[in-house]
Each structure stands twice: as structure tokens, then as C-alpha cells.
Write a protein that binds this ligand. Structure first.
Ligand SMILES: [Zn+2]
Length: 487
């Protein structure tokens, strides 16, 4: 811990960010917000009625009619009730009405690195994949979301581009402890930190002792800390990943680095009484200690990602940097244990960790795993990827929805999302679980057409997505910015 790491990067200084806000406002004088939702038609009982033989209710799949008014689910009745709506849709027999998914781990990179991704492309991709709420990660955009000013800039940039609802994480970096409270009060859903280099220099990591200091602060206002848990020293001492051989890259990110860092998170959680969450669990070795931490009553949760649950290191071709992410995709035995952890509840939920970059940053020409950016863009495919694998294992669609909608919503205290239930937002996805398709990166909405799922045959197509009762039309962005405790 050196004193030089205690101040914010120049691009994150509030004065610098305030100038960007002023510039943005001058360039976009009328960019107040997204298009308003169509007004309610009060000649009918409901703005929208959805009739379906298969509705994923909180008690499983049932025949239902759903009545929506002012963007909320206000009626759930038996099929045949003939609810009266200004607009009525009837699902086909092969379609299931799902609650819109909640993806709590998305890197939008806007403003600052919009050649990697942006709010327009990311939220369209999400909507096409049945995701109706994303929480944006605080890094890779410039500035990072580490002060209230940076959050304000992010919100200005995101509002006119959001096709679905968007919330924000704050960042916890050396030198921003004084800004945590203002970010919390402005409605971030919690704070993200790294325990090793984040990949971008303006978002430095915390040492374990600093993590503990920050947890003590967050504990005073009951905020959640989400952690990229790989140990800095362990990664520094691992073999270097240079070259196009995937096995070398895997060896450069050993399970031990994750195990060490997760042990630190667990014990600092125990010592401070804070609320914590382990991001993108890859190492199944960590499951027993997470299980025991939960049994001890610690307020710690865990997510994993579609790629760890479906892809195998043994099958990754050399030079295929589309598969590079950190922590890495591991062996078949590891994957099987992650599924066990998911099914027994040690792993709480699934998030995409949608983390796009430009094609040149993925070093496609040389396929050097040491050089390529680590990140997989999958917000649009996550549901189909997980459903295809779940079905193969005899796991029901209700579990998939729990892992990708209700549980993440609950953890981040989104009280009106993630379920088809009375009083909840009418965020809905019409899903055809038996329809198959072959992944073609060129047809995906995210900005740079690269995916490790290219050419894969998947089950499950999202045919239409509704955000607060309005169909996403991919032309008029009608999503809203959401804040913790309010939405
Ligand atoms: Zn991430």
C-alpha cells in the first residue's frame, strides 16, 4: 500500500468529470430522458392483457391471464377470465411467459470506451435476450463510477439510450472512500472492488486490509460489496500466459488465486459483519468454504456465469481468444461441481458478466492469450445458453428463472422486478423453449460481433420482450434508470 495509490486517477477527479457533464449538457440540450411510455387507456380495465397456457408464476408454470396497468402487474387470473385490455395478446402454445431477467453484471463501457460497447447496443442485446434490467459495472467506462459526479454523467449518457431498465454499481477504489456515501445516497446498488489489477489502470484494486476498511464503512449504511476475487500475489507468481496455448493461459490463472481471495473475502466479511458477494465464481474448490461461511450465518452470496457452466477448457482451441475471461473457463470436473453448487444453493444465481471489447483488443490475428482482453459478451445469449444446458441435465425452466431473475433481484433489493406477481413491474419475456437456433455473432446486437458460442446450436428463443408493459421495439428507447430502494 503506497501513498501514491491513495488518490483518484486524473480521469476520475470530480472536477474533470464535472467538465464532461457541462460539455454533455451543452451538446445535448434536450436529452432529458427516454421516450415516455404510452399513456394508459382508461376506456379499458387494463392497458395490456396477456393470455397464456404457460405463465411462469411464483408457483410454477400455470395457465393464466395477466392484467397490466401503468406498467405494473395488477391482475393474475385463471385462463378464460376474459380480462378486458386496451391491447390483448395471446401466447402460442409453444410459448412460456417469463418474468424479464435481471442481469446484475454487465459492462457497458459508456461513456469513454464506446467502441467496446454502449448503452444502445448493450440494452438492445439485453432486450433481445429477455433481460429487462441490467446493473452496469463501474469500470471500463471513463470516468469510472467512483464519485457522485461520475454517476451523474453515466446517468446523463444512459438515459436517452436505454431500451430496458438500467441501474448502476459504484466502484470502491483506493482514494474514493469519501465518495461511497454520496454514491449510496444517489442510488447505486452496491460497490464493486477488485483484489488484483482490474485490467484498466484508472480502476486500481484494493489490498485485503483496504477491503476490510471499506467493508467497515459500507456496513454503517448496509451497502453490498461485490468482489472480483482473485489474489494479486498469486497471479503475479503464476506462469505468464503468453502465447496461443489455452492451457498456458489457464495455468496463469490458477484456482488457488481464486481460493485465496475468496478466503480473504469470507474472513473480512466475518470480521466486519458487512454484506458481500463473490462475482463470477470459477473455481469449484471454493465451494466448501463458501458453504461453511453461509452455514455460519455470514451475509455472503455467490454468482457464476454461463461460460463456466457450459464451456470446457479441454475444448477451447488454441488461439481462440473469444474464450478468454478472468477468472478462466476451467476443466470438465470443475464445471460439474459448479452445477452441484448451483443446485444445492451454495451458488445463489447466474449473471452474464457481459464484458465486450473491440475485435482488435481480442487479438484475433495472433490469438495471444497474454495480449487479448479478457471478457465474454453474452447478455443476449445467457438465457438460451443456460436453458440448453439445464434441460440436458433435467433441470427445469423454473430454476433457470430463479437463478436469472428472482434471486439476483432479491440480492440487490430490487423489490418490483424478477417475478410475475401482483404489484411487480410488467417486465416480461415471451420465450419459446423448444425452438432451436444456431448462434451467429453477426445477428447479435452487442457492438463487436464476437462470441465463444459462435456456431453452437441452442434451445430457446425470446420472441418478444416487455418493459413495464410496453413491448421493446428496438427503435424507441423506453427504459428507465433505476435506483436502489426506489424501484
Ligand atoms: Zn465483470
Amino acid at each position: 500500500m503506497t501513498s501514491t495509490t491513495r488518490s483518484l486517477a486524473a480521469v476520475n477527479e470530480p472536477d474533470t468529470v464535472r467538465r464532461l457533464i457541462d460539455e454533455f449538457r451543452a451538446e445535448h440540450p434536450d436529452s432529458a430522458a427516454a421516450a415516455p411510455a404510452p399513456a394508459s387507456d382508461h376506456g379499458h380495465d387494463y392497458d395490456l392483457v396477456v393470455r397464456a397456457r404457460q405463465v411462469m408464476t411464483t408457483a410454477g408454470i400455470a395457465e393464466r391471464e395477466i392484467g397490466v396497468r401503468d406498467g405494473k402487474i395488477v391482475a393474475i387470473e385463471p385462463f378464460g377470465h376474459a380480462l378486458d385490455g386496451a391491447e390483448t395478446i395471446a401466447l402460442a402454445d409453444d410459448e412460456v411467459l417469463l418474468p424479464g431477467l435481471v442481469d446484475t453484471h454487465v459492462h457497458v463501457n459508456d461513456p469513454g470506451r464506446t467502441d467496446w460497447e454502449g448503452f444502445t447496443t448493450a440494452t438492445k442485446a439485453a432486450a433481445a435476450g429477455g433481460v429487462t434490467t441490467i446493473l452496469d459495472m463501474p469500470l471500463n467506462s471513463v470516468p469510472s463510477t467512483v464519485t457522485g459526479a461520475a454517476l451523474e454523467l453515466k446517468q446523463l449518457v444512459a438515459a436517452p439510450q436505454a431500451f430496458i431498465d438500467v441501474g448502476f454499481w459504484g466502484g470502491a477504489v483506493p482514494g474514493n472512500e469519501q465518495y461511497l456515501r454520496e454514491l449510496h445516497d444517489a442510488g447505486v446498488f452496491g460497490f464493486k472492488c477488485f483484489l488484483l489489477h482490474s485490467g484498466v489502470d484508472e480502476f486500481p484494486h484494493l489490498e485485503p486490509d483496504e477491503l476490510e476498511t471499506y467493508l467497515k464503512t459500507l456496513q454503517t449504511f448496509d451497502a453490498l460489496m461485490i468482489v472480483h476475487a482473485e489474489d494479486s500475489r498469486a497471479i503475479d507468481r503464476a506462469p505468464k500466459p503468453d502465447g496461443d496455448v489455452y492451457a498456458h493461459f489457464l495455468a496463469s490463472r490458477p484456482r488457488g488465486a481464486e481460493n485465496l481471495a475468496i478466503a480473504e473475502v469470507i474472513e473480512r466479511t466475518r470480521w466486519t459483519g458487512a454484506r458481500t458477494h463473490v462475482l463470477h465464481l470459477s473455481s469449484s474448490d471454493a465451494l466448501p468454504m463458501l458453504r461453511s461461511a453461509k452455514a455460519d450465518g455470514l451475509d455472503i452470496t455467490v454468482e457464476t456465469c454461463p461460460h463456466y457452466l457450459t464451456l470446457l477448457s479441454e475444448e477451447i482451441p488454441n488461439g481462440a481468444t473469444a474464450y478468454k475471461c478472468c477468472p478462466p473457463i476451467r476443466e470438465v470436473g470443475n464445471r460439474e461441481l459448479l452445477w452441484e453448487g448451483l443446485l444445492d444453493g451454495t451458488i445463489d444465481y447466474i449473471a452474464s458478466d457481459h464484458s465486450p471489447a473491440t475485435l482488435s483488443l481480442k487479438d484475433l490475428q495472433n490469438g495471444d492469450f497474454g495480449v487479448a482482453w479478457g471478457g465474454i459478451a453474452s447478455v443476449q445469449l445467457a438465457l438460451s445458453v443456460i436453458w440448453t444446458e439445464a434441460r440436458r441435465r433435467g433441470v427445469g425452466l423454473d430454476k433457470v428463472v430463479e437463478w436469472m431473475a428472482s434471486k439476483p433481484a432479491d440480492r440487490v433489493r430490487l423489490r418490483s422486478k424478477g417475478r410475475i406477481a401482483l404489484g411487480y413491474d410488467a417486465d416480461l419475456a415471451i420465450f419459446a423453449p423448444d425452438q432451436a437456433f444456431v448462434v451467429d455473432a453477426k445477428t447479435l446486437h452487442h457492438r463487436n460481433p464476437l462470441t465463444p458460442y459462435q456456431g453452437k446450436a441452442l434451445s430457446g428463443v425470446v420472441r418478444k420482450t416487455y418493459v413495464r408493459g410496453t413491448a421493446v421495439d428496438f427503435e424507441s428507447p423506453r427504459g428507465r434508470l433505476i435506483r436502489r430502494g426506489i424501484d
